[in-house]
Design a protein around this ligand. Sequence first.
Ligand SMILES: *Cc1c(COP(=O)(O)O)cnc(C)c1O
Length: 222
Amino acid sequence: MNTDVAQRLHTVLGSLPEGVRLVAVSKYHPAERIFEAYNEGQRLFGESHEQELRHKVEALPRDIEWHFIGHLQTNKVKYIAPYIAMIEAVDSLRLLREIEKQAARCDRTIRVLLELHIAEEATKYGLSLDDCRALLDGGEWREMTHVQICGLMMMASNTDDKLRIAREFDLAARFFDEVKARHFAGNDNFCERSWGMSHDYRIAVDHGSTLVRVGTGIFGER
Ligand SMILES: *Cc1c(COP(=O)(O)O)cnc(C)c1O
């Protein structure tokens, strides 16, 4: 059962075109499973709960690059600010300000993605395209010296309708181009398009994804 992790990891890695990186989503799976993937060379992992992540950071090697991929409450930012490599799901200016504040305290620059809400489900977090435009047009982020906006993240609708999923990824990709041209032209740091999970990452890479976040497809059911 354990060697399944290695096998599935290599299957996923083998199916990714060049330029697309894998975030191995390890939430709810124990440190031992993560270590199996680590031993196969995987260094980039995604978690979505602050406490769980804290325990894993303490238990696992230092050279792991951790991405926080879940909804992050502002009062939790201070706990992850000292070590987090990227916060993927920034969905408000308030959260962005708190990341700036805590990153400054740690004398770090934290890379972030803005999370878009494109899927139909009303329960999902994220900025509408208009809210994202407004946040960027507002320009406050330009004054932030400890936060670096590196791209966009989104989840497609949880559906079997592959055409619909493809349309949503495509919308996100076109929105990325719009934002890039308007605010980040010539800024090479703004380059990440984080979309695609276990059931739809193959579609995502056809629609410009640069980071796929795969959990179940590597570690099994949670
Ligand atoms: C859990 C999670 C994933 C991974 O989902 P799988 O279906 O297990 O691949 C990806 N992105 C986010 C934001 C998640 O919370």
